[in-house]
Ligand binder design. Structure first.
Ligand SMILES: Nc1nc2c(ncn2[C@@H]2O[C@H](COP(=O)(O)OP(=O)(O)OP(=O)(O)O)[C@@H](O)[C@H]2O)c(=O)[nH]1
Ligand SMILES: [Mg+2]
Length: 273
């Protein structure tokens, strides 16, 4: 058990900006942490980043493999039996990025239509949207536009990072995979999303994907703290009665303060009937 804990800690340590899956299939062209971020981390001046959780939502059609993707990354397991997610479920993963603790809350949502209204209530303020489709079922790729459109409205965070992830790579022959991947990359470009293909069964590309996602989210979170020009602003009436711009409180942008007692629990389910 102790061995596994040490491995988990090592796997979640990021010292170098993780590589992109395919440079042609991403709107995010950064290849390293921003200089301001590196300097802030080296000087141990990353503000409240270590005390907050960044939120990531996993959405997509029924049975495309959302839960398996989250379980492969968080618990290194794969279950071949399908068990529908009811409502939503979440995991919290703790990373160590450039020597700064960073917490990612991963919300696994139900693909079933009847649970959509419940699941979408949890989208608000997400920093990352992962739209999942099944590489062995192209119809699930067609519906990713609708999933993203709905999530964008509910999330209400125009700076959210967007990823398009094709699962079940192990089920595709190489030639079929090549054909589908070309279509998926075109879709990712249309959605302004970064594309990845993964297999939760074999684990292929799963840690690489989440590590990149975590590093990019961390980069944005630190920049929001240290670069005033990037801070979200809101209007407020000043002492002289005129409208002034002030930084928006972070609790309105979806970050969650870990110092709120009782919040930092490992796992919680929200069910509906
Ligand atoms: N071969 C293979 N099967 C997979 C993979 N990922 C998921 N599956 C299978 O696909 C089925 C559905 O997986 P889930 O992860 O439960 O799907 P989901 O998207 O969470 O479904 P909902 O919760 O209903 O929205 C299960 O039988 C899994 O074993 C994969 O990478 N490879
Ligand atoms: Mg599920």
């Amino acid at each position: 058990m102790r061995q596994r804990d040490e491995k988990a800690t090592r796997d979640r340590t990021i010292t170098k900006f993780p590589e992109v899956y395919n440079i042609q299939a991403t709107p995010y062209k950064e290849q390293s942490f921003h200089t301001l971020v590196k300097n802030a981390c080296a000087a141990n001046k990353t503000g409240t980043v270590g005390l907050k959780i960044s939120k990531c939502i996993v959405i997509g059609d029924v049975s495309v493999g959302k839960t398996c993707l989250v379980n492969r990354f968080c618990h290194e397991v794969f279950n071949r039996d399908y068990k529908a997610t009811i409502g939503v479920d979440f995991e919290v993963e703790r990373f160590d990025i450039l020597n700064v603790p960073f917490n990612l809350q991963i919300w696994d949502t139900a693909g079933q239509e009847r649970f959509k209204c419940i699941a979408s209530a949890y989208y608000r303020g997400a920093h990352v949207i992962i739209v999942v489709f099944d590489l062995s079922d192209l119809s699930s790729l067609d519906r990713t536009s609708q999933w993203l459109e709905d999530a964008t409205i509910e999330t209400n965070n125009e700076d959210a990072l967007v990823f398009l992830v094709g699962t079940k790579k192990d089920l595709c022959s190489q030639s079929r995979f090549d054909d589908i991947e070309n279509i998926a990359i075109a879709k990712a470009n249309e959605l302004s999303a970064e594309y990845w293909s993964v297999s939760s069964k074999t684990g292929e590309n799963v840690p690489e994907f989440f590590n990149r996602l975590a590093a990019m989210t961390f980069n944005n979170a630190v920049l929001a703290e240290v670069d005033e020009s990037r801070q979200p602003m809101m209007s407020k009436i000043g002492g002289d009665g005129k409208l002034i711009k002030v930084p928006k409180p972070t609790n309105l942008t979806g970050s969650i303060d870990l110092t709120d007692t009782g919040f930092y629990q490992r796992k919680k389910s929200t069910n509906c009937c």
